[in-house]
Design a protein around this ligand. Structure first.
Ligand code: F3S
Length: 740
């Protein structure tokens, strides 16, 4: 926002007309906010009727434009039964909002935060049993709203005379209409300082108004004519016109450009322009254009030269002068306030409470309560005279499209004051900055105390991962896990437990390690597991590694060995026939050496013992079938059933002398063998092929005999038709054996 300065130079008698526009001659913050809300509502509620309770602002031209948008002003909520009702920047008494709610109307509150503050403090005062005065205009809707907020218990005074008519009580409090003149408010307060025991004064006057008025007065003092633009029904425009006029400079209040009378500026060199808080900039531009046109018409034959350098120079000088003036005004105000404060301290006991206006400064970190959330940011009550505003970009270090996702009304939050009062009188706050500072405090504390923190991995970068710990943190790839991680991307979006291993506040550098946390956890778990281990315990574990002689099983921070011989009751060639890596299994603890941290495990012990069944089912002398599984010097092993192997000693391989077992058997060969002994205790079975050899020979002999018999019988059979069965043959063999 800058000063608009137009210099028109007429080259004949070098006659110059300057038009200077005051810096503050634009919509104030509250009006702009209300207009934005209305425009957004018109876009969002296309199917509903939209109303404002009273004209949105005191400017008929703007109200007409809103009507064209479909936004209608109504006088009371009794006029409608449905639709959207927008509360204008002046606010309303709480009872009206309650009634609108009961009617089922959709309420959108565009009350200016400055006005809301005045309402809040009026309520606080009356709730605390203070005799409460509202300094303002009885008939102004804003004052009616403040009065309503005090539960209709406050007294409205429009001047000192009004106040003096009251018998002042011990506890007295004041709030003011936001557009009142600060000096007049000060005068009223000063006049009662000696008469009150306990005084609470809330400065609810809007700075925007004060600055606008101060600048208008200064400008009026320097120009030949002042033009004040704004609605005739606008209190602050009327006041502007009044105070400009009080400087002695001829002042004209207009609503639109057509009302300009050239006679006002005829022969003048400098015209000043200011405008009320609800005057749109397009109306101001129109006025300037009309005045420029007027000049052209008068000097119609004269050449106009626009001396840009002079314009710029004049602009700079003008800005400097105004800045100096504003500073002087602010200094004077500060001095005046100091004087008042000193006086107050000397003469009366003023009670301050938590609710008093906080003494704040730029850069300060304060706590506040969220009072309003909208799409452009969040309003926070930090105990100052106005509510502070957190723009969306200052809400979080992440991109936030909807503040409601991270914050709620009534939340208590910590913020940093970026600007105590900007040009529009707004306090600008940053939650992002407060969070950032808070995050650093926590990081440094966690680093010093070697605390473990949790954070989400936000992305993979070259050499590691980035985590959000309130500030940007980095995990080197070698610290992501115990052991090498091939795909770091799998961690993105996951929360990790981390230890801070390096901090450089000045370089915003935080280095973290997940590996150190995992190692620590593992060590702790290992000690706990080792302490609790006992022989014969059955534990759950995970296969971590398979080797030729067995497998390593993680029991929780410590590994045990499951030897291949303990995996199965039967013979297995390699552990991978039974297990695979990362498999979850149950194992039995066969032995623990805590000193050397060695644990031997068994798996077959948890499986049914085939020997028990075998001993019940089989007997010595039985002929069984099986497969030769192994040949050793002293004989060979034959698997009779799953998990049961018997030994055929070399002496039992044949009746004849056997030099090496492979003369008789080969691995994998299916054979029959005779059980010659069973020792369930030792889990041993003795087998023999010898007996079988004898039997086989007898079978062959009997077969020959039988064949001979069969030849003679067949001769007989030719007449009888019967033959020998295998059973008969085997029976014969056993009979012969028995005979033996
Ligand atoms: Fe609000 Fe001040 Fe404007 S009170 S509506 S910002 S004049």
């Amino acid at each position: 926002m800058g000063i608009l300065l137009i210099v028109l130079l007429f080259w004949k008698e070098v006659k110059v007309l300057e038009i200077v526009t005051a810096e503050e001659a634009v919509f104030c913050f509250g009006v702009k906010r209300a207009l934005d809300i209305v425009n957004n509502t018109a876009k969002s509620f296309t199917n509903d009727s939209i109303y404002t309770l009273g004209p949105l602002i005191h400017n008929p031209q703007v109200v007409k434009k809103l009507e064209n948008l479909g936004v209608k002003a109504i006088d009371t909520i009794h006029d409608i039964d449905e639709g959207v009702i927008i509360i204008r920047s002046h606010g309303v008494e709480p009872g009206i909002i309650e009634k609108a709610r009961n009617k089922g109307l959709h309420i959108i509150d565009a009350t200016c935060p400055f006005v809301k503050n005045a309402q809040k403090y009026a309520k606080l005062l009356t709730d605390d049993a203070y005799q409460t005065f509202i300094y303002g205009d009885h008939n102004h809707p804003e004052v009616k709203g403040i009065f309503g907020a005090s539960n209709n218990r406050a007294h409205i005074i429009s001047n000192l005379q009004d106040l003096l008519e009251y018998n002042l009580e011990e506890k007295v409090g004041f709030v003011a209409q936001t557009t009142q003149k600060p000096d007049d408010y000060n005068n009223i307060i000063c006049s009662v300082l000696n008469k009150i025991k306990e005084l609470k004064v809330y400065n609810t006057i809007c700075n925007t108004t004060e600055i606008r008025q101060t600048r208008a007065v200064k400008l009026a003092a320097k120009v030949d004519v002042m033009i004040v633009i704004g609605g005739y029904n606008s209190a602050n425009t009327n006041r502007l016109a009044e105070i400009c006029s009080n400087t002695g400079t001829p002042t004209y209040h207009i609503e639109i450009a057509d009302e300009i009378n050239w006679e006002w500026i005829k022969g003048k060199e400098k015209v000043g322009i200011t405008a009320g808080a609800s005057t749109p900039d397009w109306l101001i531009k129109e006025v300037i254009e009309v005045m420029s046109e007027e000049n052209k018409e008068i000097e119609v034959n004269e050449e106009i030269e626009n001396n840009e350098e002079e314009v710029k120079e004049t602009e700079v000088i003008e800005e400097e002068v105004i800045e100096e003036e504003v500073e002087t005004v602010e200094e004077n105000n500060e001095e005046a306030n100091e004087e008042i404060n000193e006086e107050k301290e000397e003469e009366v006991q003023i009670k301050y409470s938590d609710n008093d206006i906080a003494d704040l400064k730029k850069g300060q970190t304060v706590k506040g309560v969220v009072v309003e959330i909208n799409e452009s940011g969040v309003y926070v009550d930090v105990g100052y005279k106005t509510e502070g505003f957190i723009p969306l970009r200052e809400l979080s270090n992440k991109n936030i499209d909807d503040p409601n996702k991270i914050i709620n009304v009534d939340d208590e939050i910590t913020v940093v004051i970026l600007t105590l009062e900007d040009e529009e009188g707004n306090m600008i706050l940053s939650k992002k900055k407060a969070d950032y500072e808070q995050a650093w405090e926590e990081i440094l504390e966690a680093y010093e105390n070697e605390e473990i923190i949790e954070a989400e991995v936000s992305k993979e970068v070259k050499g590691g991962l980035v985590v959000d710990v309130g500030v940007r943190g980095f995990i080197p790839a070698s610290h992501v896990a115990i052991g090498y991680v091939e795909d770091l991307n799998q961690y993105v979006g996951k929360k990790l437990k981390l230890k801070i291993i390096e901090v450089e506040r000045e370089n915003n550098n935080v280095v973290l390690s997940a590996k150190e946390v995992l190692e620590k956890e593992r060590k702790q778990m290992k000690n706990e597991t080792l302490d609790s281990l006992e022989k014969n315990q059955v534990l759950s574990g995970k296969v971590t590694k398979i080797v030729d002689f067995g497998a390593f099983i993680d029991l929780g921070g410590i590994e045990g060995l499951l030897h291949i011989s303990e995996m199965s009751w039967g013979r297995i060639g390699h552990p991978s026939e039974v297990l695979e890596e990362r498999q979850d299994i149950e194992v039995k603890v066969l032995g623990v050496d805590k000193d050397n941290e060695r644990i031997s495990l068994g798996l077959k012990q948890l499986l049914a013992d085939p020997w028990e069944e075998f001993a019940e089912k089989h007997y010595e002398g039985e002929i069984v079938e099986g497969k030769i599984t192994k040949i050793v010097d002293f004989g060979s092993f034959m698997e009779i059933e799953k998990g049961i192997e018997g030994l055929i000693h070399i002496s039992q391989l044949s009746e004849k002398h056997v030099k090496t077992p492979d003369e008789i058997v080969t691995v994998g060969e299916e054979r029959e063998a005779k059980i010659i002994n069973i020792d369930p205790e030792q889990k041993r079975v003795g087998l023999s092929l010898k007996g079988l050899e004898e039997q086989e020979e007898k079978i062959v002999k009997n077969k020959t005999k039988s064949q001979k018999k069969s030849t003679s019988k067949s001769e007989e059979k030719n007449s009888s038709g019967s033959g020998a069965t295998i059973g008969e043959l085997v029976g014969d063999i056993f009979n012969e054996d028995n005979d033996d």
